[in-house]
Design a protein. Structure first.
Length: 217
């Protein structure tokens, strides 16, 4: 299978054709090998235009939706990012290509362990993965991380409302992207913290698995 050709076609026909033009972002999608993050029996569908199962009843999102969320984050190379819902680790790898340091939280320990092992094997050194409830934000005993603030936060599971715990860990000028709505259908929301105020913008309908936790479902 020529996965590289499939990846280039995915970027052209699924992502660029739908209006995402940031070359740094497109290059990350050309580079990260999505098929490595899909369970072995269906990896030949890895570059198809839709979500796929990754085990434990969870999914990896459609490539375009991942690209849209990352585009809304407007990442710069020196940004510190938090991701809620590591899942397969695919989006985590893309974040690691685009930002300086990635902190990712996954609720299901088997997924967190599998993603961590794969990302290590792929030589990513700027990713920290934690197993736990991401709705509460990054909780750590490490001194440097106790009051950590993020330039950008992305939530890859559907929340009933914006978790307060995440807003408090967002830097002034920071961006938080998340699907918000019911358990079955949501809107993609981009939240910006500007001069201490919260501004929300709606980028249309989407469907994600529920965010399960203290400040989720
Ligand atoms: N972005 C991931 C990828 O590239 O594979 C897919 C994420 S999947 C749509 C959503 C993930 O969020 C699931 O793995 C689920 O277990 C996780 N999740 C749900 N609630 C969570 C919570 N409170 N904290 C952390 N992870 C959570």
């Amino acid at each position: 299978m020529d996965y590289e050709a499939q990846r280039i076609s995915m970027v052209e026909h699924q992502i660029k054709a739908r209006g995402i033009t940031d070359e740094r972002l497109l290059d990350a999608f050309r580079k990260v090998e999505r098929h490595l993050f899909i369970p072995g029996n269906s990896d030949h569908f890895a570059y198809s235009d839709g979500p796929m199962c990754i085990g434990e009843g969870q999914t990896i999102s459609q490539p375009y939706i991942v690209a849209l969320m990352l585009d809304l984050l407007m990442l710069k190379p020196n940004d510190i990012v938090m991701e809620i819902g590591t899942g397969s680790g695919y989006q985590t790898a893309l974040l690691a290509e685009l930002a300086q340091q990635v902190y990712s939280i996954e609720r299901i320990s088997s997924l967190a362990e599998k993603a961590e092992a794969l990302l290590k094997k792929l030589w990513y050194t700027n990713i920290r993965i934690q197993q736990g409830d991401g709705t509460l934000g990054w909780i750590s005993e490490i001194e440097d991380e106790k009051n950590i603030l993020f330039d950008a936060i992305v939530v890859s599971a559907a929340a009933p409302s914006v978790p307060e715990g995440l807003l408090t860990q967002l830097k002034e000028g920071g961006r938080l992207v998340l699907p918000c709505g019911s358990k079955f259908v949501q809107d993609l929301i981009c939240v910006k913290k500007e001069n201490g105020k919260i501004k929300k913008e709606n980028f249309g309908g989407c469907q994600f698995v529920p965010l399960i936790g203290e400040q989720g479902w």
